[in-house]
Design a protein around this ligand. Structure first.
Ligand code: CA
Ligand code: CA
Length: 480
């Protein structure tokens, strides 16, 4: 633009110069002929000069008008560029490309690490840049602080750079799919017991009985209520007080390392709504088909296959690319159903492996993993403890499970980081670290586990209750 205006100025200067020189010649001619000619003659004789003058002025005007036109075109182009720029800004400000915010926790954990080259490396990433990554999976959203499977929890996880988000899928009385970790957890994850819908619960609230030391209980299933009723509930932190004598006490059980600070508006979501929200947030999808808490076929006709298919149908209906979806199930039969019936979605279906804690006789073997692989399973996902162990020097190293699964050509995803509370107190909540308890005694040790999972085990993603932590690591190490 400036270049063009410069040219215009140059052109004007050139023609102004030409005009001055014509004018000088003209004056000379007038001087030479003044005495010999009448004013009339002078006027007559000056006509060729005037003609030349007029011609040049006309040329100059044409040039100016051409430049003005070019200028107009450039202005138009500039406007278009500005408009495109604004569109890009709009896209950037949509969550899809939104700069992520990791908050203070990841650095708090880094500073808490024992001295090591890894600590030094992670410290050097303190000021970013941080980017969204598929390595960082929002486990039910960001339930370390936000009520799980709520809009607010998902939005928080996306803000923290989770590239993939989880909706655990179950169904209501009218067979609508909704996001809940279990078909049977409304009494601990929502305010249902405080609402008129409490009377629809499978088992009503029963207070703690100190005489017999019988713990407080209730059971409210998503299939106890309709979708419309489900949508009237409010999400809360998943917890209950087993010694409660009132509903209010029962609901008030959040562990002290979590918080109720964000429980004031937990918006419940259907599976379909989660798909639309995740699209808007620019994150990918990892729905888990939860085992039903009711007998299947439900009401004698809704089969497990219907249910497994319904979950896939929601992605097909929403026009989601199967490459952006990692369907999960603990039930190998569900995975096999997808392999047989929805091969595009089965390509990256995740078999959640509970055998490592639910089956005392289970021992990882190459044969077992090869059988899974040849059945069409491409990704296994055991809990973190199954993938790591300690060596003679108490270093965290890959487990046999990890080595054999990789050897069989399986990809590995694992769960769940940030679900154990303070690691200084890990003995009281050891599940996820049970194989490396001797190597874990402060919060910063979490990064040592993440590092071994990422670099030595080679997991493709980690579920986290606070995705900022895994996002920080992934950005620092340039993981995709
Ligand atoms: Ca899950
Ligand atoms: Ca330590």
């Amino acid at each position: 633009m400036q270049k063009k205006l410069g040219k215009l100025a140059l052109a004007c200067a050139f023609f102004a110069g030409a005009a001055t020189s014509v004018s000088a010649n003209n004056n000379e001619w007038i001087k030479q002929n003044y005495n010999a000619h009448s004013f009339y003659q002078l006027q007559y004789n000056s006509v060729p000069w005037r003609r030349g003058y007029t011609y040049q002025v006309r040329q100059l005007k044409r040039q100016v008008s051409r430049l003005q036109y070019k200028n107009y075109r450039l202005q138009d182009r500039l406007y278009q560029v500005k408009e495109t720029n604004q569109q890009l800004r709009d896209e950037l400000s949509s969550a899809n490309m939104q700069p992520i915010q990791l908050g203070p926790r990841p650095l708090f954990l880094v500073e808490d690490m024992d001295a090591s080259p890894l600590k030094t490396q992670l410290q050097q990433c303190a000021s970013g840049p941080f980017v969204k990554t598929d390595f960082s999976i929002g486990h039910r959203g960001a339930p370390l602080q936000f009520p799980e499977h709520t809009k607010e929890s998902y939005e928080a996880a996306a803000k923290m750079g989770a590239g993939i988000m989880e909706c655990d899928v179950t169904f209501t009385k009218d067979r609508e799919l909704v996001c809940r970790h279990s078909q049977s957890d409304l009494h601990t994850t929502t305010n249902i017991l405080e609402t008129p819908l409490a009377e629809k619960c499978s088992l009503p609230f029963t207070p703690y009985d100190s005489a017999t030391d019988t713990l407080a209980s209730a059971q409210c299933l998503t299939s106890d209520i309709t979708l419309a009723e489900f949508k009237t509930l409010q999400g809360k932190m998943d917890a209950f007080n087993p010694k409660a004598t009132t509903v209010a006490e029962y609901l008030d059980g959040t562990p002290n390392y979590r918080t109720d600070l964000y429980s004031t508006r937990g918006t419940l979501m259907t599976h379909k709504e989660s798909i639309e929200l995740f699209k808007k947030l620019g994150v990918k999808f990892t729905p888990e088909l939860k085992a039903p808490s009711v007998e299947m076929p439900y009401e004698g006709e809704y089969t497990q296959e219907d249910y497994a298919q319904a979950m896939i149908n929601d992605y097909i209906d929403a026009g989601v690319d199967p490459k952006d979806v990692w369907v999960q199930s603990f039930n190998l039969e569900d995975v096999k159903y997808w392999i047989a019936n929805e091969p595009a979605f089965a390509e990256q279906a995740v078999y959640l492996d509970s055998r490592v804690y639910a089956d005392p006789s289970f021992e990882a073997s190459l044969t077992d993993f090869e059988q899974l692989k040849s059945a069409g399973v491409n990704i296994v996902a055991p809990p973190t403890f199954a993938l790591v162990t300690t060596d003679a020097q108490n270093n965290i190293v890959p487990s046999e499970y990890a080595k054999l699964a990789k050897q069989a050509g399986l990809d590995i995803i694992t769960w769940t980081i940030e679900r154990s509370g303070p690691l200084t107190d890990i003995a009281n909540n050891p599940f996820y670290y049970s194989s490396v308890l001797d190597a874990v005694n402060n919060d910063g040790d979490m990064f040592n586990v993440i590092d071994v999972l990422a670099q030595d085990v080679g997991v493709i993603g980690i579920f986290s209750d606070w995705p900022a932590t895994t996002s920080y690591y992934a950005s620092c190490m340039n993981l995709q």
